[in-house]
Design a protein around this ligand. Structure first.
Ligand code: ATP
Ligand code: MG
Length: 499
């Protein structure tokens, strides 16, 4: 089993802890790890394979452990070894994931889908006792995703899976770990069942909180009433203001004091105060997390131009003598186009080519690339830190409305990939796009923020070119498809077909 005992962790530049006193015992089988972008999923996986050390507490890893990373920047250290290995496992894994013998020599030119395939192949081939796999379906085409699901099914060790692919979590996981710093809660079932349980708990907590609040309010009201009554009685019994010769009234007051009426009232009041204090404590215990309002709006508008992008028929070089062949292409102001095709077919290559041929001022084009590399990350952080206070506030409001915590983000020297995407979206949203081009926008984003983005894009009237393997996302937002498929004998590589 994999054990975590009393684990605390805080990133170096962060002021607030990510994990506090986490205890976990994980047996063989898959555990899903879910939570908002920036909730600490990657950090937890890296702790579980001993790539990071906790500030306090212990982590016991049984045998070998491998982390299959979320980011695709670096070549896996054992990729060369894998492509030249002759054992049956290596050959089968490379064959099924299409890992080429030349890949270690040209990592920089591989598509992100190909890099992801290579990372998965290296991780699975090592068959570790603990496999921590971070967003493995990002960038993958449907064929590779299906193979991956099967391969993960046959894995017999202790698996930790971070994914926003609900189906994959449901298919594989017997339990899910919900991260919401600093809380870590393990719930039984795949994502759907575990999320249903979490929702039930949230509703029950909200109900108990409402009840505790209503009891506290009633007691406050009662205490207030009794105090007012007591002070009225006090005034009545005060001998001040009574004429010196009104002996009857003075006598009555003395008698009330002697029979202890005041003492009883005081005791009751003290009791109510005691109960009120308890009710306040109970309400504080039942406190629920403040729900942040979600949802963004894209200020796009329809261009008055006839054509936003025009590219004559041509071909673009892919690798190893293969080409992407395409007919004459145009994007009109009302077009909503899906660009689809298998890994390595040239989707991002075509997008970059088209971005260079845009016939709209740069400030009216929103382009969100497939991945944000380290250099671009530093640039986004610098751009954000240089923003005037009001603009920064607006940007952080958008991040919050996309389900991430701005306070954590501002402390971070290395925002998580999901946080980065949200920062980039927030920076771009201040402009008024006539054309939105997004390359795999749903990768890395948590589920609530995908839904926010989907709604915002659906309501935005400008032209769109969207690359995605998420069929549901494309069906909702586009009405035209540019599909890249294997080329015929004359067209070695891939060919674009319009549908
Ligand atoms: N090296 C670092 N220094 C400072 N803060 C960091 C560092 N790495 C991560 N963080 C911060 O810690 C938090 C958790 O990061 P982590 O990468 O674990 O999130 P995640 O849940 O995997 O997010 P995502 O869904 O986007 O992948 C984030 O707020 C992030 O900005
Ligand atoms: Mg992560």
């Amino acid at each position: 089993m994999l054990f975590l005992h009393g684990v605390d962790f805080t990133h170096e530049t962060a002021a607030t802890p990510l994990f506090e006193n986490v205890d976990l015992a994980l047996a063989a089988g898959w555990t899903g790890v879910v939570g908002a972008n920036g909730a600490g999923k990657t950090t937890l996986l890296r702790l579980a394979v001993a790539e990071l050390s906790p500030r306090a507490g212990t982590i016991q890893v049984p045998g070998t452990a491998v982390y299959c990373p979320q980011r695709t920047d670096h070549q896996p250290t054992r990729l060369s070894e894998l492509v030249s290995a002759t054992d049956a496992d290596a050959r089968r894994t490379c064959g099924r994931l299409g890992v080429g013998a030349d890949w270690p020599g040209r990592w920089e030119t591989l598509s992100h889908g190909e890099r992801k395939r290579a990372q998965i192949a290296v991780a699975l081939w090592q068959a570790p006792d603990v496999l921590a796999i971070d967003e493995p379906t990002n960038h993958l085409d449907s064929e590779a995703r299906d193979w991956l699901a099967q391969a993960l099914h046959t894995y017999a060790g202790i698996g930790l899976l971070v994914s926003h692919d609900r189906e994959l979590l449901d298919e594989l996981c017997g339990q899910c770990l919900f991260l919401d710093p600093p809380s870590v809660v393990l719930r039984p079932g795949g994502y759907t069942d575990a999320a249903r349980q979490a929702e039930g708990e949230r509703r029950a907590a909200a109900r108990e909180h409402r009840q505790a609040k209503s009891v506290r309010k009633k007691l406050e009201h009662e205490a207030h009433r009794r105090r007012a009554e007591a002070s009225r009685a006090d005034r009545k019994r005060s001998k001040r203001g009574i004429a010196p010769r009104d002996h009857d009234a003075k006598d009555k007051i003395d008698r009330a004091r002697a029979t202890g009426k005041d003492a009883v009232a005081g005791k009751l009041l003290r009791q109510i105060d005691g109960r009120l204090q308890q009710a306040r404590e109970r309400e504080a215990q039942k406190s629920i997390r403040r729900e942040h309002e979600l949802g963004i709006w894209l200020p796009g508008s329809r261009s008055q131009r006839n054509v936003l992008v025009r590219a004559p028929a041509g071909k673009l070089p892919l690798s190893a003598g293969r080409w992407l062949h395409y007919p004459a292409l145009a994007i009109l102001p009302t077009d909503r186009i899906a660009l689809t095709g298998p890994n390595g077919a040239g989707k991002s290559t075509l997008v970059r080519h088209l971005i260079g041929r845009v016939n709209v001022p740069a400030e009216h084009v929103t382009y969100v690339p497939q991945e944000i590399d380290i250099a671009a990350t530093q640039e986004i952080i610098a751009r954000t830190r240089a923003l005037p206070r009001d603009k920064l506030g607006h940007m952080m409001m958008i991040v919050s409305r996309l389900n991430s915590r701005p306070e954590r983000l501002l402390e971070s020297d290395l925002p998580s990939p999901g946080e980065l995407r949200k920062m980039l979206l927030a920076l771009e949203i201040t402009q008024e796009p006539h054309l939105i081009v997004m390359d795999e926008p749903t990768n890395h984003m948590d589920l609530p923020s995908i839904e926010c983005l989907e709604r915002a894009l659906a309501d935005c009237p400008c032209a769109m070119l969207l690359v995605s393997h998420d069929r549901r996302f494309l069906e909702k937002l586009t009405d035209k498809e540019w599909r890249l498929a294997r080329g015929d004998a004359q067209h070695r590589g891939y060919q674009l077909h319009e549908h």
